[in-house]
Ligand binder design. Structure first.
Ligand code: 6PG
Length: 248
């Protein structure tokens, strides 16, 4: 069963009993948006999220037959990447490759991976150039749809609570560092995330309960969470959560 709740600062919160139901609905929404643009002859740009939560989405998406979706018109980017090789088990690209990209007829040139194996500062510059191929609005690239997760510390993409400056930097792409593991990261910055036509947050499991509750109830602590500050300036924001991630 699904229901939608409107909170003060999160207009669209869609709540699902189970992760599978959430995944199916998420893919449906993804397809609607992809078809809307790509069937009009345009290209649809989507930035995939890292982490483990979206992997079920990618598996479901990989089963969508190409008669429903023209992958030639879909451009794939990433919201962030771990600075590891693409075949490393923690690679966001590697996980998307295994669960989705090897199973869909998408032209290799449509896949714009962040090269985690590179020097972070140099890769940030290179990836910025990749994004320059997109429509610009107020000096920042416009990605049609950005999928995001949220960490238990309220981070999103690889913008962490101790690097809040990445929310408002003029850079489009930046190196970052995971505050506890010290792992080097590369991330889209807040201005790019908030320039998207649509952002879909995906959060499941009781581990996310605390941060989700603080965000949807607009508690003071939420101000310290990068995820709290992601709301497209001229786009749509929807959170997909399961009941376990809500105080229920
Ligand atoms: C990453 C992500 C990150 C992720 C959250 C949630 O590279 O790790 O982009 O922002 O979405 O940490 O991760 P889980 O889905 O594994 O809980």
């Amino acid at each position: 069963m699904e229901y939608t709740v409107n909170y003060k600062n999160i207009v669209n919160l869609r709540v699902f009993d189970h992760q599978e139901e959430l995944a199916l609905s998420f893919v449906e929404k993804l397809l609607d948006r992809m078809l809307e643009i790509s069937s009009g002859g345009g290209y649809f740009s989507v930035a995939l999220s890292g982490g483990s939560t979206p992997l079920i989405i990618y598996k479901y998406l990989s089963r969508v037959s190409d008669k429903h979706l023209n992958w030639n018109r879909v451009l794939i980017y990433w919201g962030d990447e771990r600075c590891v090789s693409p075949d490393h088990p923690e690679s966001n690209y590697g996980n998307a490759w295994d669960t989705l990209l090897t199973k869909i007829p998408i032209p290799p040139g449509n896949i714009h991976r962040m090269k985690g194996e590179g020097i972070p500062s140099e890769e940030a510059v290179r990836y910025t150039k990749e994004l320059k191929k997109l429509e610009l609005r107020e000096g920042y690239p416009v990605i049609d749809l950005i999928l995001l997760g949220i960490g238990e510390d309220g981070h999103t993409a690889s913008i962490f609570p101790d690097q809040m400056e990445l929310l408002n930097t003029g850079e489009w792409v930046s190196p970052a560092i995971h505050p506890t593991s010290g792992q080097k990261r590369i991330t889209l910055t807040g201005k790019v995330l908030n320039n998207a036509k649509e952002v879909l947050f995906l959060a499941t499991g009781s581990g996310k309960k605390k941060v989700i509750s603080q965000i949807i109830n607009d508690e003071p602590a939420a101000q310290g969470y990068p995820a709290y500050h992601i709301r497209p300036t001229r786009g749509d924001l929807t959170w997909f959560v399961d009941r376990k991630a809500l105080d229920e």
